[in-house]
Design a protein around this ligand. Structure first.
Ligand code: CU1
Length: 535
């Protein structure tokens, strides 16, 4: 029998038993589970960083005339809140679930490119440092002005920002490299590492959602990288891509940004919808409804989602033909998205449902996400959007899309899989308290913003008219509860990781979904014929 000697530079005499421990275990990790954990820890850290900026934003908007923050600092916080939540919290958390679950779901020993996997995750702290620098540099002497553009970084304003914009552009480059590497890894893993006999149309839907997401990322992230690189060239190297004085066009940047920005919404949402496809059959004790149509819907979302971007720019003065096309395309997207929601509801139909925390989140997600979808249709309509554009209504809309559609789905996935990851059961009572506090305070925070938006309160402005006071007070108070509720989430997770009741082998008692979802490899001949696989 051969034993492997692992030498990490210690020059130790003894044979090494097992994988490296301590810091080296994480630093040099090529293990999909450890890397998944690192993604999740990073995401949780960023959730609190992005949450802190949200708390400051809501504190500033608590009352008109407060002016706790300098207006540029306020807009800097708006910028950072978005970037940290999107690139720091949601995408890495989804990547954490992908790393943990995709190899397990397709019966692979690990990701296909484990060392690249290590690189993908360890680029993130560097990118976070660049983001942090972009935020704090203006506070040092000679640091220039703050990033007051919002995450959309539109020129000409972004051409006038000081050196913090350069740090931000570099952060976006790093985050983009990390995402593209991770996407390549996921695609190669899914195409090449499935258990023998497992066909594409037999993969769990979570794997499918990630396959589509990975393709979307590879298609659109380089366009954002190109856009911000052109911005960098305009800022420092004398080009005029976006400056009218040099023959350029600032609206070109908007097209490049939203060519990335709209599909990005699906990048954030699809992995969470994959989580729902795992959770709902388990707690409804029924097979997933309409597997093939779900795969088809996702591919349709990817295809149509890439050609509707300019619905974010109706007010820049496009031709009637152009805005009509983008309006119709956007409305058509609601069909495959609605189909996914329908299939999940049909899965629940006449199921013997129980409402453990993951399922509570799943049901709440379908309700609230559908509401965000409906306000999305309102915003897609050109003449109406002329009124809603850049109002708090838009803020309310996309928070109803992204919290239920992305963040809550990730929470649900964490609760669903924590017992599998840690071997311990989370505290169901505390988790339910978290669910209700979280979801109720979320709704009280964002629902009133529809009203003040429709009444004319603009977004990304540090102060507002007294007529909007009441709803802003309600929104801020609920936001503080919402923010604090995540401390309970942190407590529940730490408690589960450190111990607690041992999870049973079949965590979700009598759950049918788990059988096909987490295969302890069945005999190959039964792979395709097992009744659990027949959908
Ligand atoms: Cu969009």
């Amino acid at each position: 029998m051969t034993t492997t000697t692992l030498d990490y530079g210690h020059g130790h005499e003894h044979e090494d038993h097992g994988p490296p421990r301590g810091l080296k275990r994480w630093l040099f990790s090529t293990n999909h589970k450890d890397i998944g954990t690192m993604y999740l820890v990073f995401a949780l850290t960023m959730l609190f960083a992005g949450g802190a900026s949200a708390m400051l934003i809501r504190a500033e908007l608590f009352m008109p005339g407060l002016q706790l923050l300098d207006p540029d600092l306020y807009n800097n916080l708006v910028t950072n809140h978005a970037l940290i939540m999107i690139f720091g919290a949601v995408m890495p958390a989804a990547a954490g679930l992908a790393n943990w679950m995709i190899p397990l779901m397709i019966g692979a020993p690990d990701m296909a490119l484990p060392r690249m996997n290590n690189l993908s995750v360890w680029i993130l702290p560097a990118a976070a440092l660049m983001l942090l620098l972009s935020f704090v540099v203006p506070f040092f002497p000679g640091g220039g002005t703050q990033i007051n553009t919002g995450w959309t970084l539109y020129p000409p304003l972004s051409l006038q920002v000081g050196m913090s914009m350069d740090f931000l552009i570099f952060a976006i480059h790093l985050l983009g490299i990390s995402s593209v590497l991770a996407s390549i890894n996921i695609i190669v893993t899914i195409f090449n590492m499935r258990a023998p006999g497992m066909r594409m149309m037999e993969m769990p839907i979570f794997v499918w959602t990630w396959l589509v997401t990975a393709f979307l990322l590879i298609l659109v992230v380089p366009v954002l990288a190109g856009g911000v690189t052109m911005l960098l060239f305009d800022r420092h190297f004398g080009t005029s891509f976006f400056t009218a004085a040099g023959g350029g066009d600032p609206v070109l940047f908007q097209h490049l940004f939203w060519f990335f920005g709209h599909p990005e919404v699906y990048i954030l949402i699809l992995p969470s919808f994959g989580v729902l496809a795992s959770i709902i059959p388990t707690f409804a004790r029924k097979p997933l409804f309409g597997y093939k149509s779900l795969v088809g819907a996702m591919i349709a979302i990817m295809a149509i989602g890439m050609v509707v971007w300019a619905h974010h720019q109706y007010t820049v003065g496009m031709s009637l033909g152009a805005v009509s096309y983008f309006m119709i395309g956007t409305i058509i997207i609601s069909i495959p998205v609605g189909l996914m929601v329908f299939n999940y509801m049909a899965t629940m139909w006449r199921g013997s449902m129980t409402f453990e925390t993951p399922m509570l989140f799943a049901v709440a997600i379908l309700l609230m996400f559908s509401f965000g979808g409906l306000t999305g249709i309102m915003l897609a309509v050109v003449p109406a959007d002329m009124q809603y554009h850049d109002s708090m209504f838009v803020v309310a809309h996309f928070h109803y899309v992204l919290l239920p559609g992305a963040v809550f789905g990730l929470f649900a996935g964490v609760f669903y899989w924590l017992p599998k990851w840690t071997g311990n059961m989370y505290d169901e009572r505390l988790a339910k308290i978290f669910f209700w506090t979280n979801v109720i305070s979320f709704n009280i925070t964002f629902f009133p913003q529809h009203f003040i938006g429709l009444a004319g309160m603009p977004r990304r402005i540090v102060d507002y008219n007294v007529m909007f006071t009441e709803f802003n007070v309600i929104s801020s108070l609920a936001a503080f509860v919402f923010g604090l509720s995540h401390l309970l989430l942190l407590y529940i997770i730490i408690k589960t990781v450190r111990g607690g009741k041992k999870a049973e082998a079949r965590v979700w008692e009598g759950a049918k979904g788990l059988e096909w979802e987490l295969p302890s490899p069945p005999p190959f001949h039964s792979w395709t014929t097992a009744p659990q696989l027949a959908r």
